[in-house]
Design a protein around this ligand. Sequence first.
Ligand code: ADP
Ligand code: ZN
Length: 766
Amino acid sequence: MIARVTLEIALRKEFDYLIPPELVDQVTIGTRVKIPFGPRQVTGCVTALVEHSPHTNLRAIVRVVGEPSLVTPRVLELARWIADYYCCAPEVALRSVLPEAVRKEKSGWRERLFVRSATPPGERPKLTARQEEVLAVLQARGEMPLQELVAAAETTAETVRRLEDKGLVTVAAEVSERDPYANEQILPTAPLVLDAEQTRALGAITAAMDKAAMNANTGTPGVLAAPTAPGATASPTESSSAAAFLLHGVTGSGKTEVYLQAIAHALERGRGAIVLVPEIALTPQTVERFKARFSSGPLRTLVAVLHSHLSAGERHDEWHKIRQGRARIVIGARSAIFAPVEPLGLIIVDEEHEHSYKQEEAPRYHARDVAVVRGRRENSVVVLGSATPSLESYYNTKNGKYTLLEMPTRVDSKKMPVVRVVDMRQAARLEKGVPIFSPQLKEAITQRLERAEQTMLFLNRRGYSSSLQCPKCGYVAQCPNCSVSLTFHRRDDKLACHVCGHTAKVPSVCPEAKCRNPAIRYAGMGTERVEETLTKLFPKARIQRMDSDLMKRKDDYRRALGDFKIGKIDILVGTQMIAKGLHFENVTLVGVIYADLSLHMPDFRAGERTFQLLTQVAGRAGRGDIEGEVFVQAFTPFHPAIQFARRHDFAGFYDQELEFRAQLKYPPFTRVALLTLKSRNEEKVQFTADFLKTEVEKAAVGLKDLIIAGPAPAPLLRAETFYRYQIMLRTPQMPQLSRRLATLLATLKLPDDVTLAVDVDPVNLA
Ligand code: ADP
Ligand code: ZN
């Protein structure tokens, strides 16, 4: 038998090694091994076992590293699929599937000494009064870490050792887990009685789970099949078992309760579950809702949490908990989709429309789409949940790939908020200039302050003003590294680039040598300016700003939300940070300061994004007993994205948007591969882009319905000192195109200082 090994050092291929007889029992797919590579030994991961190798003179694996296979063979197959579909090297895909902390095993288990009480044979030895006291403390608990015992009994390790000598206790190294939530008190919760909509949704999901479990037991062909041959790559949405659902439930419709009960069903069937939530929504409150439900009772299990803020050690522990089957539920951000849960009964992707599910570096996978593929391969039911589904997923319910489940009303039939669109062109005329607050919104805030109700104000731009301009000569402060203007941050009194982070001092006069105009103007607005204006308008109100400038630390974020919850804050001003998932009963007013901001992005999804954002923001209002009200300030008040959001008309918006996408052959009717070339030399990158286009044309000969657009300068032409040019490919047959591109990339020679990034199904076109 021969092992095919992917190396940790980045090389765009796999290598074959002999498995020596003494290691045959230990080497399987997923095993990490030390192998000879040139004069060195390196670590790799076995990604396939083959009978024959096209190569001769194979060298042998030296030894096995660490415990056997941390990653399941099926997850490895998934890595293979990612490499194929997203057009990246296998070891790059593997890197995502196996987080570094697990791959390198640097931080092992943290060992602690544990003390247990014991009964010595024969007569009980005589103890001093002090020893009796210590023993009593221990016996009350049965066992405890040495450190804790020493502290609790106000004694020394020496005294405990005496007890050990007498056979009254045992002291042994025990593996302990780091639990990031160790100090939390968790109160168990019982399942709620579902309303009719929830009951229907849950029923469909559990029925599909039962059916899938039967298929797994009878070994339905294709489900447990061997690694997919490279030629058989499926597109992410080719779900054949119809076991993927889109749960479209308005904010507050009780989706989470449906998830919890679906998970319970999976556990009852002996299967585990993965819950994906956007990183920003992965708060202790979210995690606690899941832990609390499964912290006691017959379905008791650990809940593993995976997110980017875990230390390497914590991540390692969480992985082991999952792999050993002690944590049957995994909740986490994007990369949790690779968690080694087995058997996997259910995958939930909450807020499935969120762009943070897409990884913006190689491998550029989309966790939602990977979830659908993994679900199909492991015979697990997949539930994509959202109040504002992506157009792609909505379309998949129309063509029968997913089943649509709808929960159009809030739990307890609470009303959706009234949304009023304010025409800011009129407000501008009244005030001879563009005001930040329309009279209508000002009046509404005043009312809320009088009634001691809370307000949330939303503007998706941080800083004070978006640019610094000279009205006399037209100078605009630009980033020296990027093709964007610098944003003025008043609190830090500096100019900052929101692309590369470059900062500069604020000039007191126009820096143009011939101008030197002292009257420099701050144009455009950010959250800082909204906060300042608000403070002037409502000097008595308690106002808190919340954006990534202020909320650098998790504690700040938590404290601000806590203060808002208990009513210490009247008005919360923020960026998209406050748009998502937050639930405050006393918020009865939401204001969107400048709804047009996201409409004018050079992106075919601008309308979709605006609709989603407005709907999400509006969902923050009126979650308690008093009906909510939303003011949307806009300069294009009649734009369909704004008008459909105002009427809470999802189907209306989606159907119109689908028509537009179909006409222009954009996703979901095609798939996009975005090729971005980067270089510090603009001429060179332009030239290389032209060359690449002809190469792509050659490579794609015979592919039907391929649209090649560009090369063209990227919307963000220059970023971090690099000039960027793009070629956009659109095709209804992405797997075929990916394969052609992979072949091309393997032989393509680019100039040394030009790099190429391939992004399949991009969400960010800038
Ligand atoms: P969503 O995720 O759809 O926004 P949640 O699951 O957070 O909604 O539910 C909103 C609120 O309604 C929560 O406080 C939840 O506990 C409550 N809730 C959900 N389902 C029920 C139910 N069947 N009966 C009573 N309360 C419910
Ligand atoms: Zn910059």
